[in-house]
Structure formats: structure tokens, C-alpha cells
Design a protein around this ligand. Structure first.
Ligand code: 13P
Ligand code: SF4
Length: 351
């Protein structure tokens, strides 16, 4: 008996289902998974694709909030699947909807008119809450534009859950440091210092990505000492002090473009999840030297594998799809649609 070949089984399912199936993959997927995708992209590009897809089955290779976002934007009758339901973004779990609601209620009771802006790395329940309260969503590719939008809606903006992306975006829009305040969300929101919040234009939720927190200014200094003349590009989930020392900063698609546009012979250190850096290193081998700023992997992204993608596709009709509570869909979709409308043009870039 021959061992089952996952790659063949995935391709057989793709042949069998034809246009009824679309596979999307985030740039952090391993090569073994990404090579089966119809579309790869950053979270903004993948969200933008959903409203135009007609396939009955959308398989999202990424972390859970990404598949949930696809399910919110999908048409009636379309089913969204993820090869591993337990592939959670740790940062998105740092802002549970009940706590975000408490915090917004405490701020409202204190007389603050707050427009919430959630990073797409958040649950459907948080997106729905934000939609209900007149807010929107952003991704790492459009955070600057969306923060400008949110700041223009009223006196205060709450950015959640990523404090680093919030602070980096505040730098990009030129918001003075004294107009920023990181909220104390302990005690179910009761620890919030209302007076400090009142003085700030930008309120920040204290969440962060542990994978990107590992990239420190020292990593950049070390890279520059090792390879004078090298370039450094990082993701905006990195600490602002790290971003300040990099040559460029942007979403995963921005990073791919930055490496593509670098002259031949460049040495480029990349501060983001290792699977993407490894792919770029292989792609440009012998032409450009692409190196990880540090080895850092997202263990949740890695839960999506070629074997569990094959297993899902073999059993699609009996596999659970990603379900979003009916009541959450309209407000969550409203929040996402606001973002897609505000950013209808090309994605913004940071350098
Ligand atoms: P992108 O917005 O670049 O796709 O990044 C998403 C993410 O989760 C990065 O950690
Ligand atoms: Fe979430 Fe960080 Fe993983 Fe991105 S890299 S999915 S932000 S935990």
C-alpha cells in the first residue's frame, strides 16, 4: 500500500471541485500550504477578495479571525472553512468583546465620545461592537489612513487590540505623544483613569503580538554591525523603537514588494514571521541576501499544515464550517465595509 500523498490529494480535490472551491492563504503560511492557494495575500488583500468570490467553498489558510472575517463578508450560501479551527491569533484574544464593551461603556459614562478602531486581528464580536459604535476596522496595510479617518470622526479614538500598531500609526499621522494614552483595562475597565483619557485624542488597548515583540532595536544594531550597508524592513506590529531604527515598515505585502524592489546584491534583514522570510530568502537566493532579523514563528499560523488541508478537502461536506452568530454579522460587516470603502484605492505604504 502506498502512503497517502497530501499534495496529490489536495490537487485531486481541487480538480474535483473546480470553480466551487477557492483556497486563500496568508503570507505566513508554510510553502507546503501556500503552493496550493488560488490567492495569497496580506490580511487587507485577502479581505478585499471575499466580496468578489463566487465559489461555494472558501477555504482560508491562516488564523481564525481571518476565516471569521471571510465568513462575515461572504455571500449567503457560501461556506468558509479553516483547516485548523484552533489556529488562534494570540493578540486578537487579548481583547475579549465583553471587556471591550465594558471599556467603551466606562468611557461613555465618563462623557467621552469615542470612535473605536479595531485592528482586523480581532474577533467577530469585537468587530460587531465597533460597528455598532460607529467605528471601523484597519489592517497593517491601511492603519495610517484608517486612523486619520477615525480621528476625524470625533474627539477620541480607541485603537485596539495592538498597542504597537496604534503607536506606529500615531507616529505616521504625526499625533503628538501627549495626546496618546494607553488604557489600564484591569478590574473589568474600572481602573481606567478618566482624566488622562479625557486629555488624550488616541486611547490605546494594551495588546501586542508576541512574535513581533521579539524584534528589538538591539537586533537591528547587531544586523547593521554584521553587514554594514544592509537594509532592514519590519512589520508595524514591532515596537516603535524598533520601527524607528528600520529603513522601512509595512504589512507583509509591503515587505514582499520592498524586497522585490531592492537592488541586486542587497542584504535585507526582515523583521516578521519566519515562514515569509524563509520564502523570500529562497526566492531571491543568489540574487539578494534576505535574512531573518531574528528567528520568530507564529505557532498558530503553523497549525495549518498540508495534511490538515488535505484532510479538510477530502471531508468538506462533513466538516464544520466557520459560523458567525447571525446577530453579529450586520454590525461586523458594517465595520468592515466602512474600511473597504475608505480604502477603496491602492493600499497605503509606510517607509
Ligand atoms: P498583515 O496585515 O501584514 O497580513 O499581517 C497580519 C498579521 O497577523 C501579522 O502578524
Ligand atoms: Fe496574531 Fe502575531 Fe500570529 Fe500575526 S503573528 S497571527 S498578530 S499572533
Amino acid at each position: 500500500m502506498t502512503a497517502r500523498n497530501d499534495s496529490d490529494s489536495i490537487e485531486a480535490a481541487r480538480q474535483r471541485l473546480g470553480k466551487r472551491l477557492v483556497i486563500l492563504a496568508h503570507h505566513y503560511m508554510s510553502d507546503a500550504v501556500a503552493r496550493h492557494a488560488d490567492y495569497t495575500g496580506d490580511s487587507l488583500e485577502l479581505s478585499r477578495r471575499i466580496p468578489d468570490l463566487d465559489a461555494e467553498y472558501i477555504v482560508f489558510c491562516g488564523v481564525f479571525f481571518m476565516a471569521e472575517t471571510a465568513a462575515i463578508l461572504a455571500k449567503p450560501g457560501q461556506k468558509v472553512f479553516i483547516p485548523e479551527m484552533n489556529s488562534r491569533c494570540v493578540m486578537s484574544d487579548m481583547a475579549p468583546a465583553w471587556l471591550a464593551r465594558n471599556v467603551l461603556d466606562v468611557l461613555a459614562a465618563g462623557g467621552l465620545h469615542v470612535t473605536p478602531l479595531t485592528y482586523v486581528n480581532s474577533s467577530a464580536a469585537v468587530k460587531a461592537l465597533v460597528g455598532e459604535r460607529g467605528g471601523s476596522v484597519c489592517t497593517s496595510a491601511n492603519a495610517k489612513v484608517m486612523l486619520e479617518w477615525a480621528l476625524a470622526q470625533g474627539p477620541h479614538t480607541l485603537f485596539l487590540p495592538d498597542v504597537r500598531l496604534g503607536l506606529n500609526s500615531a507616529d505616521w499621522v504625526g499625533l503628538p505623544k501627549e495626546l496618546r494614552h494607553i488604557l489600564d483595562i484591569r478590574e473589568h475597565g474600572k481602573a481606567i483613569m478618566l482624566e488622562k483619557a479625557r486629555q488624550a485624542q488616541l486611547l490605546l488597548w494594551p495588546g501586542q503580538c508576541v512574535i513581533h515583540s521579539r524584534f528589538k532595536p538591539e537586533s537591528i544594531r547587531k544586523a547593521r554591525a554584521e553587514s554594514p550597508g544592509c537594509k532592514v524592513v519590519v512589520h508595524p506590529e514591532c515596537h516603535p523603537n524598533t520601527v524607528a531604527l528600520a529603513d522601512a515598515c509595512g504589512s507583509t505585502s509591503f515587505i514582499i514588494k520592498y524586497v522585490a524592489e531592492a537592488p541586486e546584491g542587497s542584504v535585507i534583514y526582515v523583521g516578521t514571521e519566519w515562514n515569509l522570510v524563509n520564502r523570500l530568502a529562497g526566492q531571491y537566493k543568489g540574487v539578494k541576501d534576505v535574512r531573518p532579523l531574528l528567528y520568530s514563528t507564529c505557532s498558530n499560523m503553523e497549525k495549518v499544515t498540508e495534511p490538515n488541508l488535505a484532510c479538510l478537502l477530502e471531508n468538506l461536506d462533513s466538516s464544520p464550517c466557520v459560523e458567525v452568530d447571525e446577530a453579529l454579522i450586520p454590525p461586523a460587516r458594517m465595520a468592515l465595509t466602512r474600511m473597504l470603502e475608505v480604502c477603496a484605492g491602492p493600499a497605503s505604504r509606510h517607509a
